[in-house]
Design a protein around this ligand. Sequence first.
Ligand code: AVJ
Length: 305
Amino acid sequence: MHPTHPSAITEGLNQHPARISPKYFYDQRGSLLFEAITRLPEYYPTRTENALMQAHAADMAQQLGPVRTVIEPGAGNCEKASVLCRRVRPTCFVGVDISVDFLQTAVQRLRADIPGLDARAVGGDMTQGLVLPADIPRAGRLVFYPGSSIGNFDPPHALDLLRHMRALVDSDGGLLIGIDLPKEVAVLEAAYDDAAGVTAAFNRNVLTHLNRLIGSDFVEEQWAHRAFFNREASRIEMHLEALAPIRVRWPGGERCFAAGERIHTENSYKYPLAVFTTLLAQAGFSRAQAWTDEQGWFAVVHARP
Ligand code: AVJ
């Protein structure tokens, strides 16, 4: 599904502490588990963002002004894009994703659902700086980055990513982005360690995916899901913790883990709105307007150069 970089993966496994990039969560089973996560009672981000997009649809459309092209990095199943495109009626939609096969299917569905929409799928990684096909018009572009996906990046890398997005639009363009905000620790931790164990299954599944990618012999049952809020860094951290001493082998290498030793699998940053607005300004988006829910849990931000 994703381009495989065996050496990058094994390099991470050999670090102290070991780490696995969260991009490897999303094999077929992982993508289904993530969809299940978004429907969990504890996982507030998706439903809070959807409610914000619904409640402020008219106001947002007015603030956005005329949009000619919507560009969505990490578009995945294009469900959110479908809602947005029905509202702002762009002539062109460009979905960008690392797994272009899955995206292609979703983009075809979008084209069928919204007659006249020139919907395209582009394979690529936004973090590497993206070059779009030359025939995508530059005028009236809106980059759409919902779901607090930016939370996976630490502030310097989030800034890089926002700068790449800024480079995609002219002065008449903008960015519509969802960000998860800091809140009560119990609420945050429950969202990443749900009672039904779906997030635990999602976290452990990365090991089975790695077995396929690099030929390792991880056994999911030997690892416990750990998720906690790191207050200093303002991020949820997810880890996998060895339940016993474990030796993991793969062609050309191995790694021993002591009981209790962890593999760091994900960071999910919770940016205070003011901090995020500063990042936006540093990236060249000097004007920002935000919509938040009553509890102040999540924000949808429209940023313009
Ligand atoms: C897709 C990165 C926004 O950080 O909330 C959900 C991923 N990980 N539960 C998030 C995730 C565990 C999610 N993002």
